[in-house]
Design a protein around this ligand. Structure first.
Ligand SMILES: N[C@@H](CCC(=O)N[C@@H](CS)C(=O)NCC(=O)O)C(=O)O
Length: 214
């Protein structure tokens, strides 16, 4: 399996499936397509008749694009990794939150671009403060849920943590505040060896993207 991604420092959508595969121990090769530096992503997307976006997962016989579709494909193909929680109720909650992340939080995503290697305190706008409040509500809902022990949203690591992984970098690196439940989750995410591996690679990149630097 081959995962196509973009800049580790900036590409929030790339981080999601990459992290899920690393934490689950699913072997894969990766290729980075730096979309603002050269035309490698344009060529790749033309070859596969896809929008010029990553992540894309290519298996022996399938092309799967879009972060959430890749996470669903992995959960189906590797049931032993339990990338969705076992309990139906918890799975429904995890899927709801993951879908909300995929389609929502536009103020947080647009005004606070993921930038793993840069720490800089920035005051949230009103719209971003609302997104942060919504995160606190989601975290409170998971706290109240009937779930196995563990520091992640549904107890053990699952796709919902992967979907929110870039939010950990945003909140941490811009000095934003959500809730103490969020902070506990964020620390567990930060401490994942795979997150540290991603951070080391992000720091080693030399590409700069002014639009992602606040
Ligand atoms: N909905 C897509 C969004 C993917 C996306 O926006 N990817 C960005 C990188 S984080 C991209 O490929 N951008 C290419 C460009 O801006 O040219 C997903 O969830 O996979």
């Amino acid at each position: 399996m081959h995962l196509y991604i973009a800049y580790k420092n900036y590409s929030s959508w790339s981080l999601r499936p990459w992290l899920a595969m690393k934490v689950a121990g699913i072997p894969f090769e990766e290729t980075l397509l730096p979309f603002a530096h050269g035309d490698s992503l344009k060529q790749f997307s033309a070859q596969h008749v896809l929008p010029a976006q990553v992540p894309v997962l290519i298996t022996d016989d399938l092309v799967i694009w879009d972060s959430l579709a890749i996470l669903e494909y992995l959960a189906e193909g590797y049931p032993e990794c339990q990338l969705w929680p076992e309990s139906r109720a918890l799975r429904a909650l995890a899927r709801s939150a993951a879908a909300e992340m995929h389609s929502g939080f536009s103020a947080l995503r647009s005004q606070f671009p993921m930038n793993c290697r840069t720490e800089k305190a920035v005051e949230p706008s009103v719209a971003v403060a609302q997104d942060l409040q919504r995160l606190a509500q989601i975290w409170a809902r998971f706290e109240q849920a009937d779930k196995p022990a563990g520091p992640f949203l549904a107890g053990s690591f699952s796709n919902v943590d992967a979907m929110f992984a870039p939010v950990m970098w945003r909140v941490r690196n811009y000095g934003l505040k959500v809730s103490s439940a969020f902070d506990r989750w964020a620390q567990a995410m930060y401490d994942l060896p795979a997150m540290q591996e991603w951070l080391i690679a992000a720091r080693a990149e030399t590409w700069q993207m002014p639009a992602y630097e606040r």
